[in-house]
Design a protein around this ligand. Structure first.
Ligand code: PLP
Length: 398
């Protein structure tokens, strides 16, 4: 057996992908599985974006690009931040990578060293803690729950920050909870951060997927004194239904961006050239389809929250953004289904897949022992069908 590097031992493979594989296997056997596990919009990429990629291909844009990304794309990204938040960045402050996941990976590798603490409010997106571990860091989780709408209390945040804190991760709206910080809360968080010399990584990938006319606030715009130590992460996957194109970006202080670009230059080089052309059109072109998708997500959110709250033992907050709900299933954890005791969210997810043929993601990997995650980036018809099946399966528990 090949001796593997130590770094492979402390991290886990993505549970979301494992569930998707199990659901896929059932489907390949002809079983009708309702899939609430996917972390991607079910809409197709808008036509004008696809056309830009076709045009780039036709024009022969098939060569390596600058490691940091093509200049027009980096310029369009800086213009977006100027237009939307009044922030002035230069194109050298932008690094385009193979998805926001890759952007985060590059930044973590660039700034986290052995023993550095990485503060992560929980529940959190699965990859933050494993990426911190891969860089030799120590994740410091701040647990939150329904009582505060899954937003951390300021006292918790103050206690979590220590002189060893190297990075603080913020993600609003949040995957998996959909929680989004209000303006005054972010201002208070920023004031605490003023006192701590750490890098802030603000993962704003769901910034446009926000409901009920609420607004997502940009930390740097709210408190410009944090600009030199804040990296904003964003991308086109979620806003423009472009998960497969793999384009994300980091925008922030030039020294951090250059270090991350150096790491990228020794791994993937540039992100795919024609996907960059598509991302340019996504960011610079018509935004008309974005609110249409968001309105559809909001309709689905309202239905799924209503249907899940009608199931005894499941309690679900109405999220403000992203396309996930994160219901509490604690009352189900003392029950037995198909002769097996449901001792954890993983057991509940397994039971729902076996009994109801419904795929959800267990909360453990998001830092919760009491929740499961549903993505409602699926049709209303499937939401109704899946929730009915869950209702019936939960009734069978004893
Ligand atoms: C919070 C969060 N950040 C980053 C990403 C990565 O997105 P991508 O790599 O597709 O740009 C995801 C994807 O699920 C996410 O949920």
């Amino acid at each position: 057996m090949t001796k593997l590097a130590e770094r492979t031992k402390g991290i886990k493979p993505s549970v979301t992908l494992a569930i998707a594989a199990k659901a896929g296997k059932l489907r390949s056997e002809g079983i009708d599985v309702v899939n609430f596990s996917a972390g991607e919009p079910d809409f197709d990429t808008p036509e004008h974006i696809k056309a830009a990629a076709v045009e780039a291909l036709r024009k022969g844009m098939t060569k390596y690009t600058d490691v940091k990304g093509i200049e027009p794309l980096r310029e369009a990204i800086t213009q977006k931040y100027q237009r939307e938040h009044g922030l002035v960045y230069r194109k050298d402050d932008v690094l385009v990578s193979c998805g926001a996941k890759h952007s985060l990976y590059n930044i973590f590798q660039a700034v986290i060293g052995p023993g550095d603490e990485v503060v992560i409010p929980a529940p959190y997106w699965v990859s933050y803690s494993d990426m911190a571990l891969l860089a030799g860091g120590v994740p410091k989780l701040i647990s939150t729950n329904e009582a505060t709408g899954f937003r951390m209390k300021l006292e918790q945040f103050e206690v979590a920050l220590t002189p060893r804190t190297r990075v603080v991760v913020l993600n609003s709206p949040c995957n998996p909870t959909g929680a989004s910080y209000h303006r005054d809360e972010l201002l208070a968080i920023a004031r605490v951060l003023e006192e701590h010399d750490c890098l802030i990584v603000s993962d704003d990938i769901y910034e446009k997927i926000i409901y009920d006319n609420s607004q997502v606030h940009n930390l740097v715009a709210l408190n410009p004194s944090l600009r030199e130590r804040t990296v904003i992460i964003n991308g086109v996957s979620k806003t423009y239904a472009m998960t497969g194109w793999r384009i994300g970006y980091a925008i922030g202080p030039a020294d951090v961006i250059s270090a991350a670009a150096k790491i990228q230059s020794q791994s993937t080089s540039n992100a795919t050239s024609i996907a960059q052309a598509a991302a340019l059109e996504a960011i610079r072109g018509s935004q008309d389809e974005v609110p249409i998708m968001v309105r559809e997500f909001q309709k689905r959110r309202d239905v799924i929250v209503d249907r899940l709250n009608a199931v005894e033992g499941i309690r679900c907050l109405k999220p403000q953004g992203a396309f996930y709900v994160f219901p509490n299933i604690a009352p189900l954890l003392s029950k037995t289904g198909n002769g097996k005791k449901l001792g954890s969210p993983c057991d509940v997810a397994d039971y729902l897949l076996e009994e109801a043929k419904v795929a959800v993601v267990p909360g453990e990997d998001f830092g919760s022992q009491q929740h499961i995650r549903f993505s409602y980036a699926t049709s209303l018809e499937d939401i109704e069908k899946g929730c009915k099946r869950i209702h019936a399966a939960v009734k069978k528990l004893n």
